[in-house]
Design a protein around this ligand. Structure first.
Ligand SMILES: [Zn+2]
Length: 269
C-alpha cells in the first residue's frame, strides 16, 4: 500500500517535471521565431508610465510616478528576457500582415508629458535604444512640471521618441460631444506637427481612459489609432487599433509585470 502511494507520487512528480522541461525547451527554441498576425495569437502588452522621478523619495503619487532605478530594472528585465520593444508603425504593419513579430513583444507609453520624461527617462531610453511614445497635454507644455517645446523637439530628433497628443487640456471625453472631441484631437495633433516640422503618425490617448463610442468612431474616420487605459492586454486575434489596451507597470518587478500580463490576458479574453 505504502509502495503504491510512493509510485503514484513519483509518477506525478515526473509528469510535472517533463511538462516544465517541455515548456522550457519550447520557449528556448521559439522565443526568437517571428509570426505573422494570422499565424499565432500573441500577447502585445502596452506598458504605460506617467512621470519618472530621480529618487524613490520623490514619489508622491505612486500610481503616477516611477523612480529611475525601478524603471531601468523593468526595461533591462524585459530586454534580458528577449522582449522586443516596438513602435506603433510596426504595430500597424503587423496588423496589416506586412511584417511578422516575435511572441515576446511590447510597446512603451508615457502619458501627460512630464518633465521627468526628458530629465530622467530619456537617459534610459537612449541607453537601451528603445522606441517609446509620449502623449502630451498641449496646453500644459512649458508650464511647471511639464516639458517645453525645445525638449520635445530634442526627443523627437532622437528618432526614439514619438510625440502625440493626449488632448489640448486633459479634457474629460465623457462630457464632450463627438465634434468637439474630434476637433480637439485633430487641432492638437496639427499643432504638434507644426511645432516639430514634420507629419506624425496619428495616435491618440484618452485622458483618464474616458471615452464614448461615437468619439471612437469619429477619430477612426480621421485615421487615429486610439489608446484606452484599462489594464487589459492586446492579443493578435482581437487586435483593434481603435481600442488598444494599456496596462500599468508602476513599481512592479519584472516577474510580477509578466505574471500580471498573463493573468490579465487570460482573465479578460
Ligand atoms: Zn493623463
Amino acid at each position: 500500500m505504502k509502495n503504491n502511494k510512493r509510485k503514484i507520487k513519483i509518477s506525478i512528480i515526473s509528469i510535472i517535471l517533463i511538462f516544465i522541461f517541455g515548456i522550457a525547451i519550447y520557449e528556448a527554441t521559439t522565443y526568437n521565431k517571428t509570426y505573422y498576425i494570422s499565424e499565432k495569437n500573441i500577447e502585445i502588452p502596452i506598458f504605460l508610465y506617467h512621470d519618472i522621478v530621480e529618487e524613490k523619495e520623490q514619489i508622491v503619487y505612486d500610481y503616477m510616478q516611477t523612480d529611475k532605478e525601478t524603471f531601468e530594472k523593468q526595461i533591462k528585465g524585459l530586454l534580458k528576457l528577449n522582449y522586443r520593444v516596438i513602435s506603433y508603425e510596426e504595430l500597424i504593419k503587423y496588423k496589416n500582415g506586412e511584417i511578422a513579430l516575435p511572441k515576446r513583444v511590447c510597446l512603451i507609453d508615457f502619458d501627460d508629458g512630464y518633465e521627468g520624461n526628458y530629465k530622467v527617462a530619456y537617459e534610459i531610453i537612449k541607453k537601451y535604444n528603445i522606441p517609446v511614445n509620449i502623449y502630451i497635454v498641449n496646453n500644459c507644455i512649458g508650464t511647471t512640471g511639464y516639458m517645453n517645446w525645445e525638449q520635445l523637439e530634442q526627443l523627437d530628433k532622437s528618432g526614439l521618441v514619438t510625440i502625440n497628443t493626449h488632448s489640448s487640456n486633459h479634457n474629460n471625453f465623457n462630457t464632450l460631444n463627438k465634434n468637439e472631441a474630434v476637433q480637439d484631437v485633430v487641432n492638437a495633433h496639427k499643432q504638434i506637427e507644426q511645432k516639430l516640422g514634420h507629419t506624425q503618425i496619428k495616435v491618440f490617448t484618452y485622458p483618464c481612459g474616458l471615452y464614448k463610442e461615437e468619439i471612437i468612431d469619429g477619430l477612426e474616420k480621421e485615421e487615429f489609432i486610439q489608446n484606452l487605459t484599462d489594464n487589459k492586454i492586446n492579443k493578435s486575434k482581437t487586435l483593434d487599433l481603435s481600442r488598444l489596451h494599456r496596462c500599468y507597470s508602476l513599481d512592479d518587478g519584472i516577474f510580477k509585470i509578466l505574471l500580471k500580463v498573463k493573468y490579465r490576458s487570460i482573465r479578460y479574453n
